[in-house]
Design a protein around this ligand. Sequence first.
Ligand code: S5P
Length: 246
Amino acid sequence: MEISTRKKSLVILAADLYTIDELVNLIDTVGPYISALKTHVDMIIDFDKLKWKKVLKSAENNDLMIFEDRKFADIGKISQIQMGGIYDIRSWADLVTAHRISGPDIVDGLGASWSDVERIGGIFLLAQMSSRGNLLSSEYTDEVVNTGNGSPHVVGYIGNGSSAAEISDLREKSGDGKLIWTPGVNLETGVGKLGQRYGNPYDAIKSGSDGIIVGSGIYNSKDRVESAKAYAKASWDALIEREDNV
Ligand code: S5P
């Protein structure tokens, strides 16, 4: 939120591109208008630990936290080990996503993996999803919030950005102590590819989201800078209006 306030942007960039150079180019282009960088490191076809440092450097230069959207889901002990491995996520990610499906201990496993390398990081638990037909029921969301609100490792929740009603519901359940970040937002709302659903970024923030996760809406647009600015403005205007109404 401090970075968001400095940049007047609640945009988390979903940088879903396939090569390190493309990624660096995208970050350096829209960096000033976003507040965090979301990666899928296992999508990168030319991953190399040394070359990856270019991405980390670019994120640092642009004042961005790094959010690896690995969606960990295994038992606590295995998730802890998976934070290492070939990508060594624990050594560079500030934030990661995790499912609550295997039980509450996954959050301690992930927390321990950062301790293993003397770092601290935060977890976003998937409380809702934007894709149609997902199995994250309202009762499941309750369990996610129970775990998350009771854990110092969990800094927030992923909510369904395509539905203002679901975001309000999640905000009511989670209270004010955790962040809600929402994918499934696009200035052109509607249906995306392969079951992705979209809602409006302004509506998402007005309903209680603290960060909009935007991918194709920025990297697929003809003018990435203008597009990133438009998402930043929509998100910031909505936050100001929301806080004015409190
Ligand atoms: O429910 C979800 C959770 C996530 S983290 N729905 C999602 O779409 N995401 C992620 O958000 C997804 O992995 C992708 O990186 C991004 C959405 O991309 P866009 O191109 O649809 O904006």
